[in-house]
Structures are given as structure tokens and as C-alpha cells.
Design a binder for this molecule. Structure first.
Ligand code: ZN
Length: 420
């Protein structure tokens, strides 16, 4: 069996080469090679550069050949924020929202996250697994090769562990890499509501029982909290994230989505890997992020699906020097999409990011937020051969075409995981 592959003929090969995450002046430098080629060996990138140069290498002559005939090649997308495992869509709420009900009104009537919790608790592991597998194939079909996935629709010991175990099983059973995050603090579950100390008791369940259990069994790398109106306060969030840190789970945070809670400052204070949403950030929050290594992950799919006019201030964050990433926030309530190219389109038209900035945010910066920037997120020698090939003539056409899929081929570790 031939374990090497020579990919040639990329009219633009976007390498994203360089050191680590991008901020400031380096944000839009894609390291483009015209008429580029990549040589893959044992799943890793052995050479990258102009076709004329790479194909002359001795190892390239023996490799299996793939001519992409002028298409665009870039690193596979890294989706740093998804809620992969859930039992069903919430299409019924979608219609109510269109008719004028707000996200919070729906939540107060037992809809929203609690609706998904009810459905997940009733679902079997194999039902959830089947649904997630089909979903992962759609991620791959849109050029995504790594995703982060959060628990948070179980909210009891058995159901949260069921979700996190599925992350592990799925990561081993199919090609897309899954980075697992524990989001027991998504909202307070129904059985802990209605008495004044209920939320505190639930937090105690998380900090004293679930977090140690998750950590001991290696079921997550990160701990996340939905810090917002109707979910958890900044003080409660700190309690949960501090317990996570004690058990070697690095923080991520849902911050300043519906209201400004001070979650961004908390994320920076705790050295969180990322701070996500950020629609309501103020100038001090932006300054704090710009000075920190906490990634500002923007989720415009959520505002789009909810029909909100207020997107996160991407321009201000980028111009201030923050490390900005983009993610789908794939979830059944507020962002039912697996398409990173659609998120790029929204980032360009709604967040006023340039196509180059959007691609940086969806590859190397997202990889950094998952602690994997040394292995994925750019096309450089010795990195994993995670690539997406798009049926376009110019990289700017990836976000330019929206609502259609121009992804032509996706490779994970040098293996084809999707072909149009
Ligand atoms: Zn989320």
C-alpha cells in the first residue's frame, strides 16, 4: 500500500504558515502559494510549496498523485464550539421565534435548553450516536476536520457522562477529531429549580461529584459555563471553572451573549482557552481580551438564526489585537448549522471581517483555542495532513458563495473523508 500522496495543481494553496495564533498585523496573512502542492506521508505533511518544486522531490515521484486542477487548498476547518450531541431539532420553537416569541420567553415556558434536556434524557446512547455520526459526515462535507463538542443537554450525572463517553467513542469510530468539553453548567435543570438553594445544590453536584468524575475518567479536556441572564452568574461560573481547574480541565466560557455579566473579565482572569459569543462586550472587555491569550470566539450563526441585529464587534476585537476565532455553535436551539463556509459568509457580510481574516479565524486561531495549533490549523511540514479543497478559483469565493456547498474534497490525516 502506498502511504504517500502528492497533491498538485492548487491555484492557491493557503498554508497559514507562521508561528501560532494570529493577531494584529499578521491576522490576514494566509501564506498563499500559487500553483501549490502538498506531499503527504504517513498522514503528515512531508513537503509543501510550488508544484514545480515539490514534484521534483524523490519521495514525490513514488507517491500516489492527485491533481486538484486549479482548485483552492487550505487547512481543514477547526470548529471550536459545537453542541454535537443532542436528540432532536427544535424546529417547533423556530416557528414560534419567527412569530415573535423571544429566546428567553420560550425558555421560561420549558422550551429552549430544557426542551433539549428532556429529549436527550429519553434517548438511548445508540440513537444519539447514530444522529451524531450523520452530523459529523455533514461537517466533513463542508471542509471541517476537527470539532470541539460540549455536553450540557443531560444535566444529571448519568446523562452528562453518557454524552461525554459518546464524544470519546465517536472520536475513535470516525475520522473527525472531537475535543471534549464538559458543560454541566449549561442551565440549572428543572429538578433543582423552585427552591431557593436549588442552584447552589446543583453547582455542588458539579464541583464535588461530576467534575472529579469527568476528570478521573479522562472524559473532557475543558470545562465550560453558560454565564448569562437565565443561566449562571459570574460568581457561580467562577466556582465551577475553579473546580474544573483543580481537576485539570481548562476553562472556556459562554460570555456576554444575551447580557453583559463580566464573564469576559473572568475568562481572562482564569486564563481561559476561549471566551465565546461576545455580542455584549464593552470597551474594557475588548482591551482585556486584546492583552490576553484567551481566544475571542465569535458565533455569528447564532445571531443569524435568532434574527438578532446585534453581532459581536469583530472589527473592534481584531483591530484591538485580540486573537479572534470563528465557530458554528452547532446546536438545536440557536445555530443549527454544520457549515463553516456559511459562518465565513456571515463573518464577512455581518461582522465585516475580510475573507482572509475569516479563514485565519476558522483554522489556525481556532486550533490554538483547542491547544492543537502545533499539530493542525496550518499546512506546514510535519503537521497533520488535514486539508479542505474547494471548487472555486479564488479563496475569497469560499465566503462569497453562500447557502451552497463548494467543498470538493476533505482529507483528515491524509485520508479522504469526503469527496463531492
Ligand atoms: Zn454554545
Amino acid at each position: 500500500m502506498n502511504d504517500s500522496l502528492l497533491i498538485t495543481g492548487a491555484s492557491q494553496l493557503l498554508t497559514l504558515r507562521g508561528r501560532g495564533p494570529r493577531r494584529g498585523n499578521s491576522f490576514s496573512q494566509l501564506g498563499i502559494v500559487n500553483d501549490g502542492a502538498v506531499l503527504v506521508r504517513d498522514g503528515l505533511i512531508a513537503a509543501v510549496g510550488p508544484t514545480a518544486k515539490v514534484e521534483k522531490l524523490a519521495a514525490a515521484r513514488k507517491a500516489e498523485k492527485l491533481d486538484v486542477a486549479g482548485r483552492i487548498v487550505l487547512p481543514g476547518f477547526v470548529d471550536s464550539h459545537t453542541h454535537l450531541i443532542h436528540a432532536a431539532s427544535r424546529a417547533e420553537e423556530y416557528e414560534l421565534k419567527i412569530q415573535g416569541a423571544s429566546y428567553e420567553e420560550i425558555a421560561s415556558k420549558g422550551g429552549g435548553i430544557l426542551n433539549s434536556v428532556k429529549k436527550l434524557r429519553a434517548a438511548t446512547s445508540s440513537q444519539l450516536k447514530r444522529r451524531a455520526r450523520a452530523t459529523l459526515e455533514i461537517f466533513a462535507a463542508h471542509g471541517t476536520t476537527t470539532i470541539e463538542a460540549k455536553s450540557g443537554y443531560g444535566l444529571d450525572v448519568a446523562s452528562e457522562l453518557k454524552i461525554l463517553s459518546l464524544h470519546k467513542e465517536l472520536s475513535a469510530a470516525q475520522p473527525i477529531e472531537i475535543v471534549s468539553t464538559f458543560l454541566g453548567a449549561h442551565v440549572v435543570p428543572l429538578e433543582f429549580r423552585g427552591k431557593s438553594n436549588g442552584p447552589d445544590e446543583y453547582i455542588k453536584l458539579l464541583t464535588d461529584w461530576l467534575i472529579p468524575e469527568v476528570s478521573t475518567n479522562g472524559l473532557a479536556e475543558y470545562c465550560d459555563v453558560f454565564c448569562d441572564r437565565g443561566a449562571f452568574s459570574r460568581a457561580q461560573s467562577k466556582q465551577v471553572l475553579a473546580a474544573g481547574l483543580r481537576h485539570k480541565l481548562r476553562p472556556r466560557l459562554h460570555a456576554e451573549q444575551l447580557s453583559r455579566t463580566g464573564a469576559t473579565q473572568l475568562a481572562v482572569e482564569l486564563g481561559a482557552a476561549s471566551c465565546d459569543h461576545l455580542e455584549q462586550v464593552n470597551a474594557a472587555d475588548i482591551r482585556a481580551l486584546a492583552k490576553s491569550d484567551t481566544v475571542a470566539a465569535l458565533l455569528p450563526g447564532c445571531d443569524f438564526h435568532l434574527g438578532l441585529k446585534e453581532y459581536a464587534p469583530a472589527r473592534k476585537l481584531i483591530d484591538a489585537g485580540a486573537i479572534v476565532a470563528l465557530a458554528t455553535d452547532y446546536n438545536p436551539g440557536t445555530s443549527p448549522t454544520m457549515s463553516m463556509p456559511m459562518i465565513l459568509s456571515l463573518a464577512c457580510t455581518q461582522l465585516r471581517m475580510t475573507p482572509a481574516e475569516a479563514i485565519t479565524a476558522a483554522t489556525i486561531n481556532a486550533a490554538y483555542s483547542l491547544g492543537r495549533h502545533k499539530r493542525i490549523g496550518s499546512l506546514e511540514v510535519s503537521k497533520q495532513a488535514d486539508l479542505a479543497v474547494f471548487e472555486v478559483e479564488d479563496y475569497r469565493e469560499i465566503p462569497y458563495y453562500f447557502g451552497v456547498n463548494t467543498c470538493w474534497l476533505t482529507l483528515k490525516g491524509g485520508h479522504v473523508i469526503y469527496a463531492a
